[in-house]
Design a protein around this ligand. Structure first.
Ligand SMILES: Cc1cc2nc3c(=O)[nH]c(=O)nc-3n(C[C@H](O)[C@H](O)[C@H](O)COP(=O)(O)O)c2cc1C
Length: 188
């Protein structure tokens, strides 16, 4: 699969079926994430790969309502970082940018391997910290839910989630976000 194909195939599917999680898979994903660029090669990302069933069950307590579908994930990757791990240049803070890029690499590699890797913001960082033993000064940026896409639509999905499952949500037209040579915003 080439990069473009992986980008096109990646979807935030919510109907998941189980997939075997091995340490080889985890290190494959981590190995792709770590090749991402970072400011001064600071590598500010930290990942907790949660796949043991007891720990996964505990992590279900951290999911927000609306994300019940994520209970079917075979692995939840907690993506962590903190400001001090990366460049801070006056008002420019880079840890989330660099960690986001590394996470995108992880997600694309998972896609290439035929997996769903769906990041969410709907979770409790406090509960996640408690469950995984993460100190308060480390940010929990996202949880990436990993599984295999199921053709059977998850029974816990809302109407909107079912629609999104079948068809990728619309993207903005280029006019909204592509500027050539100078910035001139027409569509706010
Ligand atoms: C930072 C972030 C937070 C998200 N949070 C949630 C979430 O809490 N629950 C959910 O079901 N999807 C969540 N998503 C998935 C988006 O809804 C999804 O990526 C978007 O609708 C576009 O669909 P696509 O990724 O399939 O193209 C999140 C995605 C990102 C990047």
């Amino acid at each position: 699969m080439d990069v473009r194909e992986a980008i096109q195939k990646r979807r935030a599917y919510r109907s998941l079926e189980p997939v075997e999680i091995t340490q080889d898979l985890i290190y494959d994903l981590a190995g792709c994430a770590q090749l991402s660029a970072s400011c001064f090669n600071n590598q500010p990302w930290r990942f907790v790969f949660v796949y043991e069933s007891e720990m996964l069950k505990k992590m279900h307590q951290a999911l927000s309502s609306g994300n019940e579908w994520a209970r079917a994930a075979s692995m939840i990757v907690a993506v962590l970082s903190k400001k001090e791990y990366d460049c801070v240049i006056r008002d420019r803070v880079y840890h989330q940018f660099d960690t986001g890029m590394a996470t995108a690499f992880l997600i694309l590699r998972a896609t290439e391997l035929g997996l769903v890797a769906h990041p969410i913001a709907g979770y409790s960082p406090k509960k996640t910290r408690e469950i995984l033993g993460i100190p308060d000064d480390i940010e929990v940026i996202t949880l990436v839910n990993v599984g295999k896409h199921s053709e059977t639509v998850s029974p816990v999905l809302s109407e909107k989630q079912i629609t999104d499952e079948k068809k990728r949500p619309e993207r903005f037209p280029f006019e909204k976000f592509v500027f050539l040579n100078t910035y001139a915003e027409k569509n706010k």
